[in-house]
Design a protein around this ligand. Structure first.
Ligand SMILES: Nc1nc2c(ncn2[C@@H]2O[C@H](COP(=O)(O)OP(=O)(O)OP(=O)(O)O)[C@@H](O)[C@H]2O)c(=O)[nH]1
Ligand SMILES: [Mg+2]
Length: 312
């Protein structure tokens, strides 16, 4: 077993942090580590919290953490790419908001910024979630700003996705266009102290009438993070969704689909890693890039076939 995996199994928090760094850096022994991590995987509930910048995701998570801890469950929080231009410097804000939790050994908080990695942001995040799971956390919460494809992909890798909306912000249409509505398992109307809650609720209900989801009906939960309101209902609905996933055929089908996508992704990453390494180490191939008239289709095809033949 990979030494880091063994230490993580023994709840060594420094090993946990090291492993996530190794994942971020796309280290050579990442796959070996992850395979070992997978073999010690526990049964954490993976929860994604997404929504527009400033919707109150971090404030909400902060309150939820307190609530979950009172139930004697342990929690890891992964804040994805908080330095992106979309959420400008909110890590500092998150630190202040979640500060009270830093001394609690039942809570682990970590941010990730891994745009450059081979498998992409979603891949690295999923690996980081698994490492937290192997460590033994009961719940793994992931915060992302719901823009871009990679954020969408992250949400496909968790069990339960909560979409945070705010009344009167007019972000529903944008979120709708970005395809985020479809992946939401829970609609959270945060800042429910502001006017417009009823209207937003009606819009969401209308939306659900049109799409008519089979099986799970996403509940609409109003919350006021600043006043610590709605956390009990939110947590209950999250738990209900986890039960749904494990006890129904639709839930099982969804997990099977996730497994398939993940295997495809990993194969793609593996092939790309190998082919790219070979091309980068081949002087003659590198020279071919200097020719401005080179046919990219022809190069890609012949080099790929080249690489395939080598494996025979
Ligand atoms: N009125 C009101 N304000 C809130 C509520 N929840 C959060 N806020 C405020 O909204 C602002 C943004 O909160 P954050 O928790 O940083 O939002 P976020 O979604 O994590 O933001 P990013 O990570 O930057 O995308 C802060 O000023 C919060 O105090 C709420 O329920 N009601
Ligand atoms: Mg935040």
């Amino acid at each position: 077993m990979h030494p880091l995996a063994e230490r993580i199994q023994n709840q060594d928090m420094r090993a946990l942090a090291r492993a996530i760094t190794l994942i971020e850096n796309d280290d050579d022994d990442k796959l070996e580590l992850m395979s070992d991590i997978f073999s010690i995987q526990k049964q954490a509930h993976y929860i994604g919290i997404t929504g527009s910048p400033g919707a109150g995701k971090s404030s909400l998570i902060n309150r939820l953490l307190t609530y979950i801890r009172r139930l004697d469950l342990t929690v890891a929080v992964i804040a994805v790419d908080p330095t992106s231009p979309f959420s400008g410097g909110s890590l500092l804000g998150d630190r202040t908001r979640m500060n009270q939790h830093f001394m609690d050994p039942g809570i682990f908080i970590r941010s990730m910024a891994t745009r450059g990695s081979l498998g992409g942001l979603a891949r690295s995040t999923k690996d980081a979630i698994r490492v937290c799971d192997a460590y033994g956390y009961d719940v793994v919460l992931v915060e992302t700003v719901g823009v871009g494809q990679s954020e969408l992909d992250i949400m496909k890798a968790v069990d339960t996705t909560g979409l945070v909306l705010t009344p009167n912000s007019g972000d529903v249409l944008q979120i709708f266009k970005a395809g985020i509505m479809e992946i939401a398992d829970l609609f959270i109307i945060n800042k429910a102290d502001l006017p417009g809650v009823g209207k937003l609720k009606a819009t969401l209900e209308e939306y659900m009438m049109i799409v008519q989801p089979k099986g799970w009906q996403p509940p609409i939960i109003p919350t006021i993070s600043t006043e610590n309101q709605g956390m009990q209902e939110l947590w209950e609905k999250m738990s209900d969704h986890q039960t749904y996933l494990y006890e129904t055929n639709q839930g099982r089908a969804r997990r099977e689909q996730q497994l398939k996508l993940e295997v495809y992704d990993l194969i793609r990453e593996e092939i790309w890693r190998e082919v790219r390494t070979e091309i980068e180490q081949d002087q003659r191939k590198q020279e071919a890039f200097h020719n401005p008239d080179a046919d990219p289709y022809q190069l890609a095809r012949s080099w790929f076939q080249n690489w395939m033949r080598k494996g025979e």
